[in-house]
Every structure is written in structure tokens, then in C-alpha cells.
Design a protein around this ligand. Structure first.
Ligand SMILES: [Zn+2]
Ligand SMILES: [Zn+2]
Length: 399
């Protein structure tokens, strides 16, 4: 409203509010400042027209701001427009002319305010979703405290979104509450994660001992190899007992109990599913047993343990020298431990090396990796097993 108006007379420098200019013209006796010369009927028509034009100008600015998504500026301009239209009305013979238009503009502001609130809800949901993703990532990497911070951020954002939505978009409340329940389950899972952590720790330890054992085995240091394999075996045995509390083949009817870890949650767990031959409804922690997770299934653990136990038996039986003597292949190989196919290495040897690589890379090794890191090379695996996937399957891995 503060914008000043210039006197419409050529070369007159006067400016001020509409009323100031109207009074300036009214009180000016010069011919140039007579209403009829200026082609206005009178002071009222002048004031009415100036205010009406200003009202239209602000209305247009409001629409432009809205087109740019600037809700605050839109509302401010529309409000300015309304007050100019109201001033125009004061100078009109029939004061009702602009009433309807002013009411339309007030309704328009109310609509914009709702749109602004809906945008606010969307922003809060985005914020919450990002925090949930961040929390999941941190939880996956064993950082429960930072994960808890992220989940708290998500909870705050969703609670605020629910408050706003219950005012302007009540139909969005149920879905927001559902999102919030999912965060609550995640928060609860952080409290219950101890057994998952111990599985993770034991798996890492068992695999480290196995790798150390394999290395010693390759260097023909069987005593060290045996020590490491025995440690690995102990870890695998502890793992088996931790796994006793878990089940991978029996869905439970209660939707608040995780099918795998059997832990009870206060909310239903029907958001997360893993498929391990059978579809299981699980808690967020147990999704890590799935194909994209970082926890192995008992089946994988059993296969790894079996390989370690076999290595221990080989060393104890004293048949190691022959199996692992490929560095000096000219040595005579006693026929007791060699498979029927005397022209190539035995399948078990091939598998032990392949399992070592699989554990090292965390996935099926490529042909190049096999050529580089095994004594036999990719072609030997292909000749014996058909494919690497087949070989891994024979070793007990679910690939
Ligand atoms: Zn003037
Ligand atoms: Zn679970």
C-alpha cells in the first residue's frame, strides 16, 4: 500500500498517497489541475479508479508469485489487492460492486494457505524418508546410536506432518501414521539387536580365522592352519547355538512377532519380507538375512563350517601334503587321496579354494579373479563343475 502515486499532470512533481494526490488536484486552482481537463468526473472517480487499478496490479502479482510457488508473497500481494479494492469501494456510488470479488480473493487466500500446508507436509515426509534411509544404512553398519538419531528425526517430522494434516488434509493422516509405526518398529529393533550383533561378530571372526587358516594352509604351515581352523570351528559352533533362537522355515501366526528371530514387537511387522525359499515376515533386523543383507543364513554358515571341519580332518589325517602340494607338482602324489580323475585336481581342493575366494569377495568370484587367485584357473572349474555357480552350489552356497 505504501507505493506513492504521481500527480497525473505533466511536469508536476507532486506525489503521495492516492488521497494526497486527489486533495492536491482538488485544491489546485491552476487550469492544468482541473478534473475536466484531466478527464476525470471528480475526485471520487479519480480515487476509485486509482485504487481499482492498484488492486488489479496486486492481484496479478499475487498470481505470478503463486505460479513460482512463493505462497507467502502470493498471499501478501492478494491481501494488498483486497485492501485497494476495498478503498475503491469507498469511493463508489454502489459500494456492493466489489464485495463479491473481495470475497473470492479471500477464498483464494484460504486455498493457498491449504496448498502451503500440504507442501509443508510433503517436505516433512521427504525429510522423514531421508532420515529413515539414513538410519537403516547406519543400523546396517552397526551404528545404532546414530541410527537412533536419524529415526528420531523421522519421528519428529512425521508427528509434525500428522498435526498439520489433521487440520488441512485429514485423509492423509492414516498413511502418515502407518509410516510412523514403521519408524517405531525400527526404533524398537535397535533395542533388540543384541543377538543379531553377536551373529555378525561371530561370522566376521569365523571368516577371519578361516582365511588365516587358508593362508597358512597354502604356505604348508599346517600347525598354524589347524589352530586357525579350530578357532573358526569354535566360532561356527557358537553361531549354531545363537541360531537356535532363530528359525527360517516356520512363519508365526502372530503378526507382531518376527518369523525369524521370534522377537515380539508392539507393532505389526507386515512391512518387511524376506524370501529364503519360503516367504517370511520379519523385523527390520532380520531383513539382513535376506539376499541384500549382511547376515548369512544358517545354510551358508553350515557350508562354511563343513569346509573348515573338512580342512581340520585333512590336516589331522595327514593327507594335506598331497592336496596342497601344487606348488611342487613334480612330487609324486600318493593315490590314496586323489580322485578317480587323476588328470586334474580333486573337486574338494577346487571347492576349498573357491569357497575361500567367495568369502574374501563376499560374492561369486569372476573368471579373472579365479585365474588370478586360484592355482587351477577358471577353465579347470568350468571343466569340473560346468560353471562357478554350480561349483558354489556344490559347496553348499545358495547362489
Ligand atoms: Zn499536480
Ligand atoms: Zn527379527
Amino acid at each position: 500500500m505504501g507505493k506513492s502515486v504521481a500527480c497525473p499532470v505533466d511536469r508536476c512533481a507532486f506525489e503521495g498517497t492516492t488521497m494526497d494526490v486527489a486533495n492536491h488536484i482538488q485544491e489546485n486552482s491552476k487550469e492544468s489541475h482541473q478534473w475536466e481537463v484531466l478527464r476525470w468526473d471528480d475526485r471520487d472517480e479519480f480515487c476509485r479508479t486509482i485504487h481499482f487499478n492498484e488492486g488489479q496490479r496486486f492481484e496479478k502479482l499475487g498470481q505470478e508469485a503463486l505460479d513460482h510457488g512463493d505462497y507467502e508473497a502470493a498471499i501478501e500481494n492478494i491481501e494488498n489487492g483486497i485492501s485497494h479494492f476495498k478503498r475503491a469501494q469507498e469511493f463508489a456510488e454502489d459500494p456492493s460492486t466489489l464485495t463479491e470479488h473481495c470475497q473470492d480473493m479471500l477464498d483464494w487466500i484460504a486455498d493457498i494457505e491449504v496448498a502451503e500446508q500440504i507442501q509443508h507436509i510433503d517436505d516433512l515426509v521427504d525429510l522423514a524418508e531421508n532420515a529413515i534411509d539414513g538410519g537403516d544404512e547406519l543400523q546396517f553398519h552397526e551404528n545404532p546410536r546414530s541410527a537412533a538419531d536419524e529415526y528420531n528425526t523421522a519421528t519428529d517430522a512425521l508427528n509434525e506432518a500428522i498435526t498439520v494434516a489433521s487440520r488441512v488434509a485429514p485423509d492423509r493422516v492414516p498413511r502418515l501414521e502407518q509410516r510412523l509405526r514403521r519408524v517405531r518398529v525400527r526404533q524398537e529393533s535397535l533395542e533388540l539387536s543384541e543377538s543379531h550383533h553377536s551373529i555378525r561378530k561371530l561370522v566376521i571372526s569365523a571368516r577371519e580365522y578361516t582365511t588365516a587358516g587358508d593362508r597358512a594352509f597354502h604356505e604348508s604351515d599346517y600347525e598354524t592352519a589347524l589352530d586357525n581352523y579350530e578357532q573358526a570351528k569354535r566360532d561356527y559352533e557358537s553361531l549354531s547355538s545363537v541360531f537356535d533362537a532363530f528359525s527360517f522355515d516356520e512363519p508365526v501366526p502372530d503378526p507382531t512377532i518376527c518369523d525369524v528371530c521370534k522377537q515380539q514387537y508392539t507393532e505389526k511387522l507386515n512391512f518387511w519380507e524376506i524370501d529364503l525359499g519360503i516367504s517370511l515376515e520379519v523385523c527390520p533386523l532380520c531383513t539382513r538375512f535376506g539376499p541384500d543383507g549382511n547376515l548369512p543364513t544358517p545354510r551358508v554358515i553350515a557350508a562354511e563350517k563343513r569346509a573348515v571341519v573338512e580342512n581340520i580332518e585333512s590336516i589331522q589325517d595327514g593327507d594335506v601334503g598331497l592336496v596342497w602340494s601344487s606348488d611342487t607338482p613334480q612330487e609324486p602324489i600318493p593315490d590314496t587321496s586323489v580322485s578317480e580323475d587323476t588328470s586334474g585336481p580333486d573337486r574338494r581342493e577346487l571347492l576349498i579354494e573357491l569357497v575361500g575366494l567367495y568369502q574374501r569377495f563376499g560374492e561369486a568370484p569372476t573368471a579373472e579373479q579365479i585365474d588370478e587367485h586360484t592355482e587351477f584357473g577358471y577353465l579347470e572349474y568350468r571343466a569340473q563343475f560346468g560353471s562357478i555357480a554350480d561349483a558354489l552350489q556344490e559347496a553348499g552356497f545358495d547362489v
